[in-house]
Design a protein around this ligand. Structure first.
Ligand SMILES: [Fe+2]
Length: 408
């Protein structure tokens, strides 16, 4: 019965009531679905920013979707070759699935969410929804939500789910691009610092490349100690900058081939404090300062500048010190030639507990022996690795700045 016609009989009234009930149930179902979508939106936008890398963001996204669609299977299909994105539910994906292949190809080609269905309104056997995350830089992938693989399933995935997936994937891409931008800025800052410290190292021909090698050795040790990414980052900054204060040391002292006088020794011993003061001027490097200032403290308390002892010496400073001593021993100086790797490790071990932290020295010893095992040129190979990374940095800096010095 049309809605604008007055009911004339009890049957008409029943029809009207039936219509109202159907419309009410439809509205209630729509409202419930909208509420569920809002819940998914809230949960995904709350949890997604906890991902610190593109890979983590995508994985958190898939976990959220899996929780939001408990009857479905959610996984990632990488598009970029070698994307390296591991799907948390990869094992659930069937290797040979024509329906998935079709929907993924269409989704990738159209660049938006799309769905493939098998069955009809009465019996929806299966639905596969695919939505793209096209953020570039090797993280392009398609998120697949599949439900109802066996028999008839309720029609859970609707037009609203496609819109929601499109919005969430767009949010995901924005977040990944922001992370990529932050990472590019971080790498550029690190490149600038590498170039700066290499210039300072070259004040003395005997210390060329020293800070870069110390950073490499320190990060090897930091990784073996299980440092998290943030701590490793702080360590790398501190190791690169530990001797930056040498810029304030007079050349006649820094390059003096003979024995230093007491005054000259005092002057050169001021470099960790000078380094810490320089680094301390950058608020973002506040956590780096302690590792820089204390890299010449000795475990037995006989070092400088504050004569700290044992574990009172910040851990990052103790790590840098081991790396610093090893690089100094394996580099030719004005007063002696470089020790072999074996001899340098022996000296480091003999200094354990007095100059350097014994536990760290033992771990470092094992690491270097492992890295150079079965290679006569093992140490040269390690030093070459540091040089190669520096050369790549310089190439990268040159390619970013044209000859006229103006950024393109
Ligand atoms: Fe130093």
């Amino acid at each position: 019965m049309p809605a604008d016609v007055e009911p004339q009989s009890p049957d008409d009234l029943r029809d009207v009531l039936h219509q109202v009930t159907v419309e009410r149930d439809g509205l209630a179902a729509e409202l419930l679905r909208a509420y569920e979508h809002l819940g998914i939106l809230f949960e995904v936008t709350r949890r997604l920013p906890t991902g610190r890398t593109a890979k983590e963001v995508v994985q958190v996204f898939v976990e959220c979707l899996q929780q939001s669609y408990p009857g479905a299977t959610v996984w990632i299909v990488p598009i970029s070759p070698g994307a390296g994105i591991e799907s948390p539910t990869k094992q659930a994906a069937t290797a040979d699935d024509a329906m998935v292949d079709t929907v993924v190809a269409r989704c990738h080609a159209e660049g938006r969410a799309t769905v493939e269905e098998r069955g009809d309104e009465a019996c929806m056997e299966r639905q596969v929804l695919a939505s793209p995350i096209l953020a570039g830089e090797g993280v392009d992938c398609v998120i697949v939500v599949s439900q109802g693989a066996d028999g008839c399933a309720s029609h859970l995935l609707e037009a609203g789910d496609m819109q929601l997936m499109d919005s969430l994937c767009t949010f995901c891409v924005d977040l990944i691009r922001n992370l990529q931008l932050v990472d590019a800025m971080r790498r550029m800052s690190m490149d600038v610092v590498r170039v700066l410290v290499s210039t300072i190292d070259q004040k003395d021909e005997y210390t060329a490349g020293h800070s870069n090698r110390v950073a490499m050795y320190a990060c090897m040790l930091g990784e073996a100690l299980g440092f998290d990414d943030a701590t490793l980052q702080t360590l790398e900054w501190a190791a690169l900058l530990h001797d930056v204060g040498k810029i304030g040391i007079r050349d006649d002292v820094l390059k003096k081939p003979g024995r230093l006088t007491a005054d000259e020794f005092e002057h050169i011993q001021s470099h960790p404090v000078r380094s810490a003061e320089l680094v301390g001027q950058v608020p973002q490097l506040a956590e780096v300062v302690a590792g820089v200032r204390h890299h010449h403290e000795h475990y037995d308390g006989s070092g400088y500048p504050d004569r700290l002892a044992g574990e009172a010496i910040p851990l990052l400073a103790r790590v840098i010190q081991v790396a610093d001593v090893f690089d100094a021993l394996t580099t030719t100086r004005s007063y002696r030639t470089a020790f072999t790797c074996e001899k340098a490790l022996d000296i480091l071990t003999s200094e354990a507990g007095t100059t350097v932290d014994a536990k760290l020295a033992a771990i470092f010893d094992g690491l270097i022996r492992l890295a150079t095992a079965d290679r006569e040129d093992g140490l040269a190979m390690l030093r070459q690795r540091a040089e190669d990374s520096m050369r790549l940095t310089l190439q990268s800096c040159r390619s970013k700045t044209p000859a006229n010095g103006v950024e393109s």
